[in-house]
Write a protein that binds this ligand. Sequence first.
Ligand SMILES: Cc1cc2nc3c(=O)[nH]c(=O)nc-3n(C[C@H](O)[C@H](O)[C@H](O)COP(=O)(O)OP(=O)(O)OC[C@H]3O[C@@H](n4cnc5c(N)ncnc54)[C@H](O)[C@@H]3O)c2cc1C
Length: 479
Amino acid sequence: MSTAVELLDQGHEVDIYDSKSFVGGKVGSFVDKQGNHIEMGLHVFFGCYNNLFRLMKKVGAEKNLLVKDHTHTFVNKGGDIGELDFRFPIGAPIHGMRAFLTTNQLGTYDKARNAVALALSPVVRALVDPDGAMQNIRDLDNISFSEWFMSKGGTRKSIQRMWDPVAYALGFIDCDNISARCMLTIFSLFATKTEASLLRMLKGSPDVYLSGPIRKYITDRGGRFHLRWGCREVLYDRSADGGVYVTGLAMSKATEKKTVKADAYVAACDVPGIKRLLPQDWRESQFFDNIYKLVGVPVVTVQLRYNGWVTELKDLERSRQLRQASGLDNLLYTPDADFSCFADLALTSPADYYIEGQGSLLQCVLTPGDPYMPLLNDEIIKRVTKQVLVLFPSSQGLEVTWSSVVKIGQSLYREGPGKDPFRPDQKTPIKNFFLAGSYTKQDYIDSMEGATLSGRLASAFICGAGEELVALPNYLLKK
Ligand SMILES: Cc1cc2nc3c(=O)[nH]c(=O)nc-3n(C[C@H](O)[C@H](O)[C@H](O)COP(=O)(O)OP(=O)(O)OC[C@H]3O[C@@H](n4cnc5c(N)ncnc54)[C@H](O)[C@@H]3O)c2cc1C
C-alpha cells in the first residue's frame, strides 16, 4: 500500500491484489461474526517511524495514534514492575543514559556492566557521526547480540532480565539468536533521537485506524483493490538479448482465473509468499536465490477478555469494578512468561477494545511461537491464562470471558546473524519486476516502518525506470 500511495501521487494507475480477504497484511485486522476485532498481532509504533508517520499524515490518520508514557515497563513474576524510564527534561542522549543507569529492572552490578557495554558500542559514535556508526553496526551483522554484548562486558543476567524480552519483542527471537546489527540499530536510534524510544499505539483496531484510511486514500485516487485474488505464477519471457521480462501475472480467486498485465509489477509479499511466487528458473540468479536463505519466524497472538482489570496491581477494588478502565496503559515486556510482550488493549487502544461492562483485553505475543504452533487453541489459552496469573497474582479470581488465537507460521524474517546480505534490493535484475516488503533491504528491522520505507524505495525505482518501462512493451512486440 505504501508503494501504491507513492505511485498514485505520481499519476500512475495502480491495482493491488491480495490473497487475503482484508488489507494490511500482518498489520491488518478483521471483525468476526460477534463483532470482535481480530488482529494479526500487537503493534506498537516507535517514535522514529518517520516514513510511516509521513504516510499516516498523508492519508489523514496521524491523529489515530495515542502517545504512551515515555517509559518501557517490565512486568516480573508476582507483579514486580521494572522500568527503563526515559522521562527526563533533557533529551537524547542524556535521557537514555539516565534510563539505563537508573533502571530498577537490573541490579547495580548488571547495570554497571550494561553501561560499559553500551559505552563501547557504535552507539557512542552515532552521537556525532550517525552514518559512520550505521556502517559499524552493519558490520556486526555476523554475530549474535549475546556474543557482542558479553564480549563488551555485559552479563547473562542483563540478557535474561532485560534484553531477551526486548529482542523477542523486536524480532521474535532471543539475544543468542538475533543479530547484533538488529539490536544495535534500535539502540543507536534511541541514543540519537529523543522521540525514538517513545511508544505510540493505535486508538483502536488497524482496520479502522491504519489500513482503513490508507485504503481509502488509494481508492479515492482511483487505485483498485482485488481481495482474495492470489498470484499463482509470474509469467515471463526472454528477449533476444537474453534479458528476462515479466509478461503478466496468473491470478486466481477460488475457481476464477485471470491473467493481469501491467507496465511494472511489484511483489510486496512476506518471506514465504515471495519464495512461493518466484519462478524456479530465476534462482539461477544469485539475487533471487539469496531470498531462499531467509526464513520466517512462527508467532502466536492470544487475546483474552476478562471480567475485571488484570493489570491494576495497586487497588484491588478498582480491579474488580467494571465502570471505569484501570491498569497499565502501555506496552508491557516480561522475562517471566512465554509471551515476551503484551498490552491491555482496552486501555491502550480503547476506541474498539474498551467495552462498557467488560474488563481488560490482554493481547499477548507468544515468542518463540514454535512450541505453541501444534497446540489446540484451548490448551494455548489455558497456558497463557496461567502465566498471566503468575505475573499478576492480584488478578486471582478474574475470569476469561472471551479469547482468540492467531497463529502465523512464518511471520517476520528471522534476523539471525549473517542474514542481512541475503535481503534483496527493491530493484531486481528484471527491469519491470520490483520487490517491496519489510524483509527487503532497508536499515529498519522487519517492522511497519521497514515495510513502508521498502514501499517508497520500490516506487522510487519504478518512477526512475519510467522511460525504460514504457519502451518495454514495444520491444517485446518487435521481438
Ligand atoms: C505478531 C506481530 C507483531 C508485530 N508487532 C510489530 C510492532 O509492534 N511494530 C512494528 O513496527 N512491526 C510489528 N510487526 C511487524 C510488521 O507487522 C511487519 O513488519 C509488516 O507488517 C510487514 O509488512 P509487509 O507489507 O512487508 O508484509 P505483510 O504484512 O506480510 O504483507 C504481505 C502481503 O502479501 C500478501 N501475499 C503474499 N503472497 C501473495 C500472493 N502470491 N498473492 C497475493 N497476495 C500475496 C499477503 O496476503 C499479505 O497481505 C509485528 C508482526 C507480527 C506478526
